[in-house]
Design a protein around this ligand. Sequence first.
Ligand code: NAP
Ligand code: F7E
Length: 323
Amino acid sequence: MKKALITGITGQDGAYLAKLLLGKDYKVYGLIRRIVNRDFSNLEYLGIDKDIELVDGDLTDEASLINVIKTVKPDEVYNLAAQSFVGTSWDQPLVTSEINALGTLKLLNAIKTHWPTAKFYQAATSEMFGNSATDGIQNENTPFHPRSPYAISKLFAHWMTVNYKESFGMFAVSGILFNHESPIRGKEFVTRKITDGVAKIKLGLADEIKLGNLDAKRDWGFAGDYVEAMWLMLQQEEADNYVICTGKTHSIRELLDVAFQHVGIKDWDKYVSIDPRFKRPAELHILTGKNDKAKEKLNWQPKVDFEELVKMMVDADLKRLKK
Ligand code: NAP
Ligand code: F7E
């Protein structure tokens, strides 16, 4: 039985990845840090909360990571833990860097020193590209120009992953994933904020959604599809980096159109207001990925399209709220 260690097990991707690996007969270990009110709702939502072996540790604490690596001796390590909210990274750049940048380095070092045969997956991000592509389309060869402390911290972790592969021969890959969402996406991210808000408005529990920049465009996919790409990257002969995306881009306005129309509301203007607090000091205007390499080498492609994704999320929020 293969052993996988997942950091970020309580997050969106950690839960979907754990479900995928359990289905493939892996023994799944999930790293959890000490916090007061532990929340396993994502694992519960997917019905796998009893199937994970939890191990204590924090990405900022190297001793705990060494202990976990020595104890678990994993075949595969998926580093998904992060301060993952871009907006917060301007308010908490140090915490963001401690976790995302130095935390990744600590984990790489623990693996290199104590269990170097483990294959390593790093959760990199399309945020690393910034606005560098003049045509708004990004692939593995697009230059990086990070525009937030979050993106900068992830770029450090990305290059450290590449460097540990090149310097020490570790099987270490960096998956450059574009935005991916699901019914268990955190409610501060714009997709879930909108689907939760639309469901509340439909049920008469709210009358407004406050948003920032409605003109930003993102390439949104389904988290359930994207975790499969993470796994596939670690099953290849050669460690390599891949862009994972749908190749299609939509604005926040289009997201609002689909979500409101799904509950029978055509004119959403009266329910949406602009609040400058949700605008960013530096914005990424348009992200659209090209997934040719992943299609060709991993035989991967997304299954859920944008409209299906938004409707799935609205339906899940309606169901949850009705309960
Ligand atoms: P998420 O839902 O925000 O989950 C983040 C996870 O990290 C949580 O389980 C959290 O645990 C854990 N964590 C935070 N700080 C930690 C620390 N110091 N030590 C140990 N665990 C810690 O994120 P996600 O959407 O699943 O994304 C997974 C990864 O992919 C992240 O690295 C993110 O930056 C990256 N990424 C995401 C996307 C996307 O669109 N979702 C795209 C590209 C890259 P607690 O429960 O303890 O808070
Ligand atoms: O913002 C705009 C906002 O916070 C998307 C993370 O998973 O994906 C995610 O980062 C867009 C931005 O995601 C609101 O300005 C407008 O242009 O949902 P988001 P993100 O910043 O793209 C990447 C790939 C990651 O790696 C990250 O970890 O939506 N927007 N109004 C808003 N965004 C939010 N959150 N809230 C608003 O009210």
